[in-house]
Design a protein around this ligand. Structure first.
Ligand SMILES: Cc1cc2nc3c(=O)[nH]c(=O)nc-3n(C[C@H](O)[C@H](O)[C@H](O)COP(=O)(O)OP(=O)(O)OC[C@H]3O[C@@H](n4cnc5c(N)ncnc54)[C@H](O)[C@@H]3O)c2cc1C
Length: 390
């Protein structure tokens, strides 16, 4: 058994770490200042500038195939890089990416949607959730009715990340109510904002926020179907599945950075004439955090490795998402506690993380949905206890 990184994995990880340390972390204090003044921490133009700088270092399209100019990195390397990204609270990510399901586009759609998204000239959002259908995504109601060669879309999507800025949306719509969404009755459409949908920004406890999208007789040409008619639900699940090891990888980076702050603070802050780190109460919070962080790291790397091996990653990814999301919430909570009143202020990023990571237990499958998947796999015998070692 080999728990070490390969030389290539380590080299790529270290280069990413270097870039983030030199180019991204210096922006952190300004980001906090701006957010305290209720301004966006990082403007889109600044993000783009950083992404283009990273491109010169070779970081462009972590998951994007080489034929589209990307790095096409194996899943474990992608996971390691997302952990590096998590270390800075500046909402930076490398450019050159597109939604994984956009690669199902035909040649014409690739020219119109995929390539400009990779190049950062167009901005997409992915929309399946509705006011009446979140966890129960098969219950979506937004309808697409055929009209000659076109389709007419009616309904509402909600909580759509990037929905207020996107110029097109990948929309999962019901095209055959009788069949039901899960059984071939849903189709994915590429819908330009210019075709008539409108968005409303949703305030959340995090910085930034998603949007609701309203479709009122929006006419979409038949050539804008993504993939095959009736394939919408499985494309939706494919989109969501991708995040299941990326989100907890990011969580590991956040937890590591936060915990390192807590260790520094415990070694410097004094009460009653001694460093607070000399108290068992503080030591135990640090010990529990490190242990859980390490457990999450290996669950996540194993999930990414499963993807890389071409094995079915769903069970491993659900455990990684469930545990990683819970872990980062517990760690950030303890780190805040260790910092006392300072942890609660907006001088430090801790309260920001506290708000941010709460989302990790909700989006792209709630804790409860991950538990449902994990237990169902076992109860129905889809997977064995002990995973690939069994
Ligand atoms: C900031 C943000 C960004 C998002 N981005 C996107 C996006 O880009 N695109 C998109 O399509 N969606 C997006 N979502 C939607 C997100 O995926 C849903 O919010 C999530 O799937 C939960 O759905 P819901 O909010 O409707 O909760 P519900 O499904 O109504 O669930 C409410 C509660 O009941 C629990 N629950 C539900 N069913 C069961 C059950 N059978 N057993 C036990 N417990 C159950 C849930 O776990 C949850 O705790 C985003 C959400 C947020 C908050």
């Amino acid at each position: 058994m080999d728990f070490a990184l390969s030389d290539t994995e380590r080299a790529i990880r270290d280069t990413a770490r270097d870039f983030i340390t030199r180019e991204v972390m210096p922006l952190e204090q300004e980001l906090l200042r701006r957010e305290r003044a209720h301004r966006p921490g990082l403007e889109h133009s600044e993000l783009r500038e950083l992404q283009l700088k990273a491109r010169k270092f070779g970081f462009w399209g972590l998951a994007t195939p080489e034929e589209y100019g990307g790095m096409d990195l194996p899943a474990v390397t992608q996971s390691l890089i997302w952990t590096e990204l998590g270390r800075s609270f500046v909402p930076f990510r490398f450019g050159g990416e597109a939604d994984n399901i956009l690669f199902h586009a035909n040649d014409e759609q690739k020219r119109e949607y995929l390539v400009p998204t990779i190049e950062g000239e167009r901005r997409s959002c992915f929309a399946i959730t509705e006011p009446g259908a979140g966890s129960d995504a098969a219950n979506i109601k937004l309808s697409a009715r055929r009209d000659g060669d076109d389709w007419i879309l009616n309904g509402e999507k909600t909580f759509i990340t990037g929905g207020h800025d996107a110029d097109f949306a990948i929309v999962i719509a019901v095209t055959d109510r009788e069949k039901g969404a899960r059984h071939g009755g849903a189709t994915a459409f590429l819908v330009d904002r210019a075709m008539g949908w409108r968005s409303e920004f949703i305030q959340t406890m995090g910085e930034g926020g998603p949007a609701s999208l309203v479709f009122d007789d929006v006419r979409v040409p038949g050539r804008n179907i993504l993939g095959e008619p009736g394939q919408g639900f499985s494309l939706g699940m494919e989109w969501i599945g991708k995040g299941r090891y990326i989100i907890p990888s990011h969580a590991v980076g956040i937890a590591e950075r936060a915990l390192s702050m807590a260790i520094d603070y415990a070694n410097t802050r004094e009460t009653f004439g001694a460093k607070i780190g000399t108290n068992q109460a503080i030591q135990w919070m640090i010990a529990d955090s490190e242990t859980e962080l390490e457990a999450a790291r290996w669950l996540i790397l194993r999930a990414a490795w499963t993807v890389e091996q071409g094995m079915d990653p769903r069970h491993a990814s659900s455990m990684a998402k469930l545990y990683g999301a819970g872990m980062v919430n517990r760690v950030v909570d303890r780190v805040l506690q260790i910092h006392g009143g300072m942890g609660y202020t907006r001088e430090l990023p801790i309260e920001r993380w506290y708000r941010q990571v709460r989302l990790y237990r909700i989006f792209e499958g709630t804790d409860e949905m991950q538990r449902l998947i994990i237990s169902r796999d076992l109860l129905r015998g889809y997977t064995k206890l002990g995973g690939h070692l069994a």
